[in-house]
Design a protein around this ligand. Structure first.
Ligand code: SF4
Ligand code: SF4
Length: 436
């Protein structure tokens, strides 16, 4: 008994069917198209293979578009099992909760993320314990340690000593050969000492910037309300000129969206950036309109068209669009589903830096953490392949499932869709399909 796979959809050009997991597409004749449309409306019906032209029947079977009753089920089961094999690759160290800015959309200001802890900055002992724990949990050749905050450069001594210690473990063969460091900063406290360290250790310096001065200074302000744009641009230029690996990080908001393509071009020409990264607002934060994800997709597309002329790309965006070509099923984009641990200043360990107060991400403290931690096992269960709506989605294989914290903010559960991401990637796909 054969069936039309539940992953077959009509997409794009006339009579073109596409498999939402292996991304193969086949153009069928009108009679077959009509028959398949009827089967798509009644997915439980078996297929009469005599109705299908022999010339394409073999192809449809090879590409798993016509399947026997169990094949779809086995395919999904194997993907879900494979996704659970993820290994820890990344350590986030929240080296301080303090920040010299008061950005309006910082996740620390959302209710679920506020910390109740009184410990504001991490000391060297906690940082070293965290790196020891990480080195025992990770087996990857390319581990990453990210210094995060608050504003991490307020605790530069702990960043420096952590890097020294991690390098020592690396030399002893206890941390992977391609160990990488990232600092995620607001860019206002960059000094010569940090530039020297960034160059020596090839640190990826992610700098938050929102757009031209007026827009950036509206949200990213000091305690006394002064804008930070001039200082941030100065830091970016100085670091780019010194050869530091700088990645401008741009959160798309209602206020900056219209100007971003032009702003990216300005960064390419004026600051000579080599790359950049655009992010969506976390769902339900930032007060955006319902069509925000669609407009954000358009903005990213336009920005990419412009930056490509300068040989500059948003690597995340490019790899997302490449994902539409297949043939691989995209893994989870959320590191908290088994690939990362986050350590807070007092030594609490979470799967991710968001949702600190909500506690759903809490794993324990540094002295008790083990690889089979219960919280991490629960987060590993987050999969679009367990969500009935996602299983019907034509871009199931290319979607990375978005941010679990966004799901939690929207629906009170990490297992549901992340609304901003879901709408955004569907829009992006529509743009892509209309361009091929
Ligand atoms: S999250 Fe949205 S886009 Fe992604 S697979 Fe599910 S329904 Fe599709
Ligand atoms: S929950 Fe969101 S913020 Fe946390 S690791 Fe996943 S994608 Fe990142």
């Amino acid at each position: 008994m054969y069936k039309l796979s539940k992953f077959v959809h009509f997409i794009g050009k006339k009579n073109t069917i596409r498999h939402s997991l292996n991304f193969e597409s086949v153009v069928v004749d009108q009679k077959t198209a009509d028959y398949f449309k009827m089967l798509i409306k009644n997915r439980s019906l078996c297929i009469d293979i005599q109705m299908i032209d022999k010339s394409i029947l073999t192809k449809l079977m090879q590409q798993k578009m016509i399947v026997d009753e169990k094949e779809d089920y086995h395919l999904v089961t194997s993907i879900v099992e494979e996704s659970k094999i993820s290994e820890i690759k990344s350590l986030f160290l929240i080296v301080t909760r303090k920040c010299n800015l008061r950005c309006t959309y910082c996740f620390y200001s959302s209710n679920n993320s506020l910390s109740l802890s009184k410990v504001m900055s991490m000391n060297e002992d906690v940082a070293i314990k965290a790196i020891n724990v990480f080195s025992k949990l990770t087996k990857t050749i390319n581990p990453t340690i990210t210094f995060y905050g608050g504003e991490p450069l307020l605790n530069l001594p702990v960043i420096s000593s952590s890097i020294r210690y991690a390098r020592k473990l690396q030399k002893e063969g206890k941390l992977g050969e391609r160990l990488k460091f990232i600092v995620n900063t607001n860019g206002t406290l960059v000094n010569e000492k940090f530039i020297e360290l960034a160059l020596k250790e090839n640190i990826e310096v992610q700098i938050s910037i929102d757009g031209f001065k007026e827009v950036h200074d509206y949200c990213r302000v000091t305690k006394d309300g002064q804008g930070s744009f001039d200082k941030v641009i100065q830091s970016i230029k100085k670091m780019v000129n010194s050869g530091v690996n700088v990645v401008p990080m741009i959160t798309i908001t209602e206020s900056n969206m219209d100007d971003l393509p032009e702003f990216i071009e300005w960064l390419c020409v004026y600051a000579k950036i080599k790359t950049y990264c655009m992010n969506l607002l976390m769902s339900t934060t930032g007060g955006c309109k319902s069509d925000y994800p669609n407009r954000a997709a358009k903005t990213m597309w336009m920005a990419n068209d412009i930056s490509s002329k300068y040989g500059v790309h948003d690597d995340g965006f490019v790899s997302q669009v490449k994902g539409f070509f297949g043939p691989k099923v995209c893994g989870s984009g959320c590191g908290a589903t088994g690939r990362k641990i986050t350590v807070f200043p007092e030594g609490e360990v979470h799967v991710c830096q968001a949702l600190e107060k909500a506690k759903v991400a809490f794993m324990g403290d540094l002295s008790t953490i083990k690889k089979d931690n219960k919280t991490m096992q629960i987060w590993k269960e987050r999969s679009r392949f367990k969500n009935e709506n996602c299983l019907k989605c034509p871009i199931l294989g290319a979607c990375d499932n978005g941010c679990a914290a966004g799901s939690f903010h929207s629906h009170g559960s990490i297992m549901t869709n992340d609304p901003n991401h879901c709408k955004w990637i569907k829009s992006l796909f529509k743009m892509w399909i209309s361009n091929i």
